[in-house]
Design a protein around this ligand. Structure first.
Ligand code: ZN
Length: 255
């Protein structure tokens, strides 16, 4: 993987955003590979549109590229709320590829936000644009990265070093079966995993998750079955190979 971008590709462009777009898009299509299958080719799927969408013609997985000097860690501004929510519910949300580059267009990091972790829980509505805006009434969204467990953020390039392809694919493919669970249910799974990761220990107890019941009720307002949902998610996470059951109310993260 080449970590220096070819700037000559954008010589004819004057505006900085256009140059950034052309350079990063070219780099991505030349260097990136599918994380979901063994294919080493990703192709542009939607030329002439705002979103930089790529797809794998072997397995159909989709990717959206976003380029930054410093990537956000808490919340990511995205496009129309209703459009993204519809894609999530239809199971066609893309994996988000967050690219960080320096001043001279050396690639510093590339992080994939796994599409299986995009659920209604992480999509936040922004206020509608005011009556005097060009697109009055339009509602955009933020993607709450802080609600996605570390498992959903897969490093492809870290601090200027490529993570071995086999390792990246292993980490990514492990969570592909999550996509078979409807988006609303999947939100519970990923939120549970997020709360488990926040415990910051390998062995934990059910009681420790119950103590954090409020973290669930803040998001799933009015749900009266939170404890039952937590237990159900632990089974889902066990089936995914994320954790093991060690005894009554005791669990262990596997890695
Ligand atoms: Zn593929």
């Amino acid at each position: 993987m080449q970590l220096t971008c070819d700037l000559s590709i954008a010589e004819t462009y004057i505006s900085a955003p256009q140059r950034a777009r052309v350079i990063s898009e070219h780099w991505f299509s030349e260097n990136c590979y599918c994380l979901a299958c063994p294919s080493n080719r990703l192709i542009r799927t939607a030329p002439n549109t705002q979103a930089m969408d790529f797809g794998c013609d072997a397995c159909g997985h989709r990717y959206e590229l976003k380029t930054f000097r410093r990537r956000p860690t808490r919340s990511l501004v995205d496009g129309a709320y209703s459009a993204l929510l519809a894609r999530i519910n239809l199971g066609s949300a893309p994996t988000l590829c967050l690219l960080e580059r320096n001043e001279t267009w050396q690639i510093e990091s590339l992080t994939a936000i796994h599409s299986s972790f995009l659920t209604p829980v992480v999509i936040e509505q922004r206020p509608a644009l005011g009556p005097h805006a060009r697109r009055a009434g339009w509602i955009g969204c933020n993607i709450r990265l802080d609600r996605i467990p570390i498992d959903g953020e897969i490093a492809v390039i870290q601090k200027g070093i490529c993570v071995p392809k086999a390792e990246v694919r292993d980490r990514f493919r492990r969570f592909l079966p999550l996509a078979n669970i409807p988006a609303n249910q999947r939100g519970w799974t990923t939120l549970t995993l997020s709360i488990i990761r926040d415990l910051a220990k390998r062995d934990f107890r059910l009681s420790e998750l119950y103590e954090r019941e409020q973290s669930f009720s803040q998001i799933y307002l009015g749900n009266r079955h939170i404890r039952a949902k937590i237990r159900q998610q632990l089974q889902v996470l066990r089936d995914l190979g994320v954790l093991s059951f060690e005894g009554p109310g005791r669990y262990r993260l596997l890695n």
